[in-house]
Ligand binder design. Structure first.
Ligand code: NDP
Ligand SMILES: N[C@@H](CC=O)C(=O)O
Ligand code: NA
Length: 434
């Protein structure tokens, strides 16, 4: 450790630039914490000629990955280039060359986390990925260390800044989805292709990573039931608001007697719920432990410096481990076998908005269908709708708790009912009564 620790970067974009700045600007604090100098060596980029407003030498930049992953002068490789296949290959090469790795890559960790953690363990190396979930919020370390003694039963979070920004602006200002999405792209929260944000996939990746760590179970990305925000309208937001709820894109991982449910979908939360007050691009993860009860981690889920703090904090742990000679000693093996809940085991309340024929007997027909399945209503409201062809009404309802299998059966029957003209929207309701 005489020469200090040298890091190699794979990528120098939003997050990589933040890492370079933090390593330089916080050098004194870093040295105090880890007991040696930390410096940046080679940096892999795609285009060396790009203008970069950073304090680095031109010869630090390279387009040859070998200059980083096979470089004997580099101790720790920081992967902040994104993408899956190349990043996976480069991380494996780095680990096989006995380099510790820190990554911010949620796409990669959600798909290949288990494999990469095994390769790291086989090679006696550390692999940390705090920035991959909720950017700068130390939620992974909070769970892995702060809550290490507890049994986590639920993680519920707003883990995508873009969608939370869009929903906040739709709710507060009544603005349209498309209009706010464009703004989120301009502000730089959204991914370059925002499909993964708005379709819920980005949040699903983070929920898969959280569940693996929190439940010590190898869940896969495809185990997460995903629905995005693309069909949410300002009318939906308005009705929810009137009923005392906020509509948020929520990632949920919950465990009951060893069986888990994983989902990302828009959910109604009462205004009094801590997650309902998380606004704009902010993220928050609510973690429930059997012994500790409720905890919540809140902060910036994206952005150059916030995300880089998580990356550099992982680096600090690697360097502390290096000094103690204890790298690569975390077990990569999960404690529990994966067991997923069936639809019948997933209980919740539901919000539904329907357009129906405004004629005698419609209400009876609707209530009879729910009653047949033993589902009662917590709220049931009706408004006449203006329509030239025939009298129509809008019905908004919230059910009491039922299971997903029963609710989906009711939903299918409603779609085929003569008195129902349109099932406009349907969302899960969580977090208690408004
Ligand atoms: N941005 C954020 O707020 C957050 C990002 N993350 C994750 O961090 C990672 C990095 O994201 P971000 O910094 O935004 O990405 P950027 O697109 O801003 O930067 C990517 C960097 O990697 C380089 N790069 C990409 N592909 C290659 C390649 N094939 N070969 C060589 N260099 C390559 C680019 O080079 P060049 O500069 O020459 O184009 C660029 O410097 C991603 O995994 C992302 O999901 C996680 C949390 C938040
Ligand atoms: N596009 C993501 C960025 C961080 O992961 C988001 O909007 O949260
Ligand atoms: Na984090």
């Amino acid at each position: 450790m005489e020469r200090g620790v040298v890091i190699g970067l794979l990528g120098l974009g939003t997050v990589g630039s933040g890492v370079v700045q933090i390593v330089k600007n916080h050098q004194q604090e870093l040295q105090h914490k880890v007991g040696c100098q930390v410096s940046v060596g080679k940096i892999l980029v795609r285009d060396k000629s790009k203008h970069r407003d950073l304090d680095i030498d031109e010869d630090q930049l390279t387009v040859e990955v070998e200059d980083v992953v096979h470089n004997p002068d580099i101790d720790v490789v920081i992967e902040v280039m994104g993408g899956v296949n190349q990043a996976r290959e480069y991380i494996i090469q780095a680990l096989q060359n006995k380099k510790h790795v820190v990554t911010a890559n949620k796409d990669l960790m959600a798909l290949y986390g288990a494999e990469l953690l095994s390769v790291a363990a086989e090679n006696g190396c550390d692999l940390f990925y705090e920035a991959s979930v909720a950017g700068g919020i130390p939620v992974l370390r909070g769970m892995a260390e702060g809550l290490a003694s507890d049994r986590i039963t639920q993680m519920m979070g707003i883990v995508n800044g873009t969608t939370n920004y869009i929903l906040t602006k739709m709710e507060q200002d009544g603005r349209d989805y498309e209009d706010v999405l464009r703004e989120a792209q301009e502000l730089g929260f959204a991914e370059s292709d925002p499909t993964a944000d708005v379709e819920g996939l980005d949040a699903a990746r983070k929920i898969a990573i959280l569940a693996n760590l929190g439940f010590s179970m190898n869940v896969e990305l495809e185990d997460v039931l995903v629905r995005g925000i693309t069909t949410i309208t300002t009318e939906d937001m308005e009705y929810c608001k009137q009923l005392g709820y906020s509509l948020k894109l929520i990632g949920l991982a919950s465990r009951t007697e060893g069986r888990v449910e994983l989902t990302v979908q828009p959910m109604l939360l009462p205004h009094s719920h801590p997650l309902a007050s998380v606004q704009d691009e902010y993220n928050a993860v609510y973690v429930y432990g059997e012994a500790v009860g409720e905890t919540m981690f809140y902060g910036p889920g994206a952005g150059s410096l916030p995300t880089a703090t998580a990356v550099v904090s992982d680096l600090v742990t690697v360097v502390k481990n290096l000094r103690l000679g204890v790298n690569g000693q975390m077990t990569a093996r999960p404690l529990y076998d994966k067991q997923l809940k069936t639809d019948k085991e997933v209980e919740s309340k539901y919000f539904m908005r329907l357009q129906v024929r405004d004629e005698t007997g419609t209400f009876d027909t609707l209530t009879a269908l729910f009653a047949k399945e033993d589902v009662s209503f917590e709220r049931l409201l009706q408004w006449p709708l203006e329509n030239e062809k025939e009298p129509m009404a809008e019905v908004v309802l919230i059910t009491h708790e039922t299971n997903r299998a029963v609710y989906e059966k009711i939903y299918r029957e409603l779609e085929n009912m003569d008195v129902v003209l349109n099932v406009k929207s349907s969302y899960r309701v969580e977090g208690g009564q408004a």
